[in-house]
Design a protein around this ligand. Structure first.
Ligand code: 5RP
Length: 223
């Protein structure tokens, strides 16, 4: 089974999860990335059941609209039953590193509103300790050098993501060399740095459900 086939399998499983668990006319949050894109394509089958979708990026908005799925502004919804998104790494407590696609801040905002966060990824993303994938940190441009120095003081090796600007007009520092043994503490510590918009650790609001694609089929894990 190729990696894309695994992503397609987990995307179909997430569509089935939404069909079974989101009430008719409910609001769905939709993440960003290649796995989320397969999910959006699968979602077209059940679009008539949705009250609308909230997108975590401009790219996701465009793809949802391409399938004729109604996209709502987050400020116009009172709540959201389910949020579905991929991850760059996920540990056994369902904390995640996200932001490989640079959409971490909007993803974190949409996830905060959702009752249930469903993470979809393939087995290569599940790790005992996160940090091998560089941790993305979205930073206001004028604070870039200051925040980079502070991240070095925390033991990381930040690198500016070249030729990349987020949907919010900011830059990303990708922090290498971390061994993330206390994800919730590190998430809070980095978010306290002045100039940081948010970082890609999703530990304080981790996933509630993990649908994990393996060569033997899709496995389900609960927080
Ligand atoms: C984007 C993200 C994605 O969820 C993450 O990068 C995983 O992407 P993919 O499904 O392409 O591996 O956080 O900001």
């Amino acid at each position: 089974m190729t990696q894309d086939e695994m992503k397609q399998a987990v995307a179909a499983a997430a569509r089935d999860y939404v069909r079974e668990n989101l009430s008719a006319g409910g609001i769905l949050g939709v993440g960003t990335g290649s796995t989320a894109n397969f999910f959006i394509d699968a979602l077209a089958d059940i679009k008539h059941r949705l009250g609308g979708a909230v997108a975590s990026s401009e790219a996701t908005k465009k793809r949802l609209e391409g399938h004729g799925i109604r996209v709502l502004d987050l400020n116009d919804v009172d709540g959201m039953g389910i949020y579905v998104d991929g991850a760059d790494e996920i540990d056994h407590g369902l904390s995640m590193v996200k932001g490989g696609g640079g959409a971490l801040t909007r993803e974190k905002i949409v996830a905060a509103v959702a009752t249930t966060f469903v993470c979809i990824c393939d087995a290569s993303k599940r790790v005992p300790v996160m940090g091998r994938f560089p941790l993305p940190v979205e930073v206001i441009p004028m604070a870039r050098a200051y925040v980079a120095r502070e991240l070095i003081a925390l033991g990381g090796k930040p690198r500016l993501r070249e030729n990349f600007v987020t949907d919010n007009g900011n830059v990303i520092l990708d922090v290498h060399g971390l061994s993330i043994t206390a994800p919730a503490e590190l998430e809070a510590r980095i978010n306290q740095l002045v100039g940081v918009v948010t970082n890609g650790l999703f530990a304080r609001r981790g996933a509630d459900v993990l649908l994990l694609a393996t060569p033997d089929g899709v496995q389900t894990f609960l927080r």
